[in-house]
Write a protein that binds this ligand. Structure first.
Ligand code: CA
Length: 454
């Protein structure tokens, strides 16, 4: 049995491993992806938010590259995550809209499987929402999985000893613990907290006290910032910042009724799912000593580029079928312009919510969107709020983009309707970690916890 509990991790556990590592061995860089749920473009300080203090997230930008034009290629939660972990448009394996429960390809490695097979320790913390009911994180490449602590209410979790912990605080503890435990080996950590997805009622008062107005969702962002701080402190403690490539972004745009913001763009959950703010999220890539500090990259990029970039950093060739590209030359300023000349969105799933049927395309400053009454063309540079249809003024641009969108969509396999196979498999439930696939024990523990509650 190789189960590690939160409280059991000590600094000395892996001392022997550290000693056994050859001094001459060149360490592969660690890779960390921080993927926040429903984070809007303007929800953090370095992207213009003045109400919520996010000093730790902002420090990633101060020591790395702020990426102003980073896209989710298939919103929302589940398809967005499927794209990121497979490094491709999920439409290429049949996922058009939500299609929750659709399997990700078995013959294509996830980023976790890819790095695991290169000798990485791979860790997942948080919400999964990827693949089919058979494809949990412990099945698709993660060797160390933080168990899903069953919440008593929203984000409120009650430990076995009866003490209460706010889920995002627990998530931050898990991040620090993962780094502490695995500091002597190259690791890949995928952190995808439930925060800041609603309902955010119950965000602890001390977080609410930090934000102007005391809003609970704003406070949830302050809590995520604290969790990021725990990660950064642990990297600092072991002098690992120069060995760690960090990506930070969100899985889709904000929830405006909960005060999520996408300024200067419009868009988000509900009525705004055609608009730019639904698919453009704040992104930062930080790698001390390897990427220029405090710089800005404005070129178009996508979250599926994280996979390709991690592969390049690890010195490995990218698997076939990936759509992503290596961002490093762009982030270093060796290449300029858009990483992808064109970015596409396509949701034709008849059983998905109608408001989310998104057919759109980006090219240069243009954004093309299909509405029920026809295609509209917006100049994002002059009109970031997408208020003025320029289709009549630039009919050749409209026509050309429509044709290219149709050509791209025509090459996709048949799309699968929503709900083909039930909910994705969740991480094992309980407390602490599942390590090297020790799932059985965790399931037993989970049942025990559930029985206690009732
Ligand atoms: Ca989401």
């Amino acid at each position: 049995m190789k189960t590690v509990c939160v409280a059991a991790t000590t600094a000395g556990v892996l001392h022997g491993t550290a000693l056994s590592r050859s001094k001459e061995e060149k360490r592969k860089p660690n890779v960390v992806i921080l993927f926040i749920d429903d984070l809007g473009y303007a929800d953090i300080g370095c992207f213009g938010n003045t109400r919520i203090p996010t000093p730790h997230i902002d420090s990633l930008a101060e020591h790395g590259v702020k990426c102003t034009t980073s896209y989710i290629t298939n919103p929302p939660c589940c398809p967005s995550r499927n794209c990121m972990v497979t490094g491709m448009y999920s439409q290429r394996f049949g996922q058009s809209g939500m299609a929750r429960g659709l399997a990700i390809p078995d013959d294509h490695p996830t980023i976790a499987e890819f790095l695991r097979d290169d000798g990485y320790v791979t860790g997942h913390i948080g919400k999964w929402d990827i693949g089919s009911p058979e494809q949990g994180p412990h099945v698709r490449g993660f060797t160390q999985v933080a168990r899903y602590a069953l919440p008593e209410k929203a984000y409120k979790c009650i430990k076995d000893d009866g003490t209460e912990i706010y889920r995002t605080d627990l998530d931050g503890d898990y991040m620090a613990e993962f780094v502490d435990r695995n500091r002597d080996k190259p690791f890949f950590l995928y952190f995808s907290p439930f925060a800041i997805h609603g309902p955010t009622k119950g965000t602890p008062q001390h977080y609410r006290d930090r934000v102007k107005g005391g809003n609970e969702t704003d406070a949830a962002i302050a809590a995520v910032d604290d969790a990021v701080g725990k990660l950064l402190d642990m990297l600092e403690k072991y002098n690992l910042k120069k060995d760690t490539l960090i990506f930070f972004t969100g899985d889709n745009g904000p929830n405006p009724p909960e005060r999520g913001r996408s300024a200067p763009y419009r868009g988000g959950k509900g009525k705004g799912t055609q608009l730019e703010g639904w698919v453009r999220t704040p992104a930062i890539v930080s790698w001390s000593g390897h990427l220029p500090a405090g710089t800005v990259f404005d070129g178009m990029m996508c979250t599926f580029d994280f996979y390709a970039t991690a592969a390049a950093a690890a010195g490995k060739s990218l698997p076939e079928l990936c759509d992503g590209k290596n961002l490093l030359p762009y982030l270093r300023g060796e290449k300029t312009g858009d990483v992808h000349e064109e970015v596409y969105w396509y949701n034709a799933d008849p059983s998905d919510a109608e408001r989310r049927r998104l057919s759109a395309m980006r090219w240069k400053q243009w954004r093309l969107i299909k509405y029920p009454d026809g295609w509209k063309l917006f100049d994002l540079k002059a009109d970031p709020k997408e208020l003025k249809d320029m289709g009549d003024k630039y009919p050749e641009v409209l026509k050309s983009m429509q044709e290219r969108h149709a050509l791209w969509a025509s090459k996709l396999p048949p799309l699968v309707e929503s709900g083909p196979g039930g909910k994705p498999l969740t991480p094992p439930t309980g407390w602490g970690w599942v390590i090297d696939g020790n799932v059985k024990e965790s399931e037993e523990r989970s049942k025990a916890n559930v029985n206690k509650k009732h």
